[in-house]
Write a protein that binds this ligand. Structure first.
Ligand SMILES: [Zn+2]
Length: 108
């Protein structure tokens, strides 16, 4: 599923995705970096040695759309291998109903 809108707040340290079914997913930068789908971070998680997770790792430097299916998050520590597919982001946590559409019906 492709987002209707993506809002990144560097001040709040969050990325909020609004989905076309009226739900939204809000992630902190730390959550996103710890869920980085690249091979290096996957290895890092597997070996339980989060030496990559220094404070700079949780500050977002930039975000670039990849086609219409993913977003590439670039971190202040220089890490830029993470291509986050929208489906992956949607599966990371259960989307909440958007505040303005609390009566939105399920359309999955
Ligand atoms: Zn990574």
């Amino acid at each position: 599923m492709q987002p209707k809108h993506v809002h990144i707040s560097k001040r709040a340290g969050t990325m909020t995705i609004e989905w076309p079914d009226g739900t939204r997913s809000e992630f902190t930068f730390e959550e996103l970096r710890k869920a980085c789908p690249c091979a290096l971070c996957e290895e890092e998680r597997k070996q339980n040695r989060p030496k990559l997770w220094i404070p700079e790792a949780f500050q977002l430097a930039d975000a670039v759309l990849v086609g219409n299916y993913a977003i590439n998050l670039i971190w202040v520590d220089g890490h830029n291998d993470g291509i986050y597919h929208w489906d992956y982001l949607r599966s990371l946590k259960t989307p909440e109903p958007a505040a303005s559409q609390e009566a939105a019906s399920e359309q999955s």
